[in-house]
Design a protein around this ligand. Structure first.
Ligand code: RB5
Length: 150
């Protein structure tokens, strides 16, 4: 599977571990930064990754210290459904119920081994549609209403 991953400076080490694991599992990984430990602003990283998710119609993984900042920023972009997950149950339901297209993880909250499990669950779970489709469509309608409100 092709997936895109990005992090701020706080998520750099965890990103490297996740990339290693994904590469071992034969996934094609696009790394959209950051690439050094120099401080960067997480909204910039979230923006670049979210646009890649939308353009390529692939799943994305975003990492910052808590996962909160990148999730908030990514969710400002229409079409993005970013879910901050701290366990496998949340990761599974984020895909099955919410059709989340970005997984957000906090490197200061979630240990690497757990984060890798969460990533695998997220990538290996599909959207269940059915009653959940109506709800996701309502999220899309919310975006449309806000755009029209100006
Ligand atoms: C950076 O120190 C930190 O604020 C950032 O990684 C993130 O946790 C923000 O939500």
């Amino acid at each position: 599977m092709k997936v895109v991953i990005g992090c701020d400076h706080a998520g750099l080490d965890l990103k490297k571990e996740i990339i290693d694991s994904l590469t071992k599992d034969q996934h094609e990984v696009i790394d959209c930064g950051t690439y050094t430990s120099e401080s960067v602003d997480y909204p910039d990283i979230a923006e670049g990754l979210a646009l890649k998710v939308l353009d390529e119609k692939i799943l994305g993984i975003l990492i910052c210290g808590t996962g909160i900042g990148v999730a908030i920023a990514a969710n400002k972009i229409p079409g993005i459904r970013a879910a901050l997950c701290q366990n496998n149950y949340g990761a599974r339901l984020a895909r099955e119920h919410n059709d989340a297209n970005i997984l957000a993880i906090g490197s200061r909250i979630t240990a690497a081994a757990m984060a890798i499990e969460i990533v695998n669950t997220f990538l290996n779970t599909g959207f269940q549609a059915g009653r959940h489709l109506r709800r996701v469509e309502k999220i899309n309608m919310l975006e449309k209403k806000c755009r029209e409100r100006g």
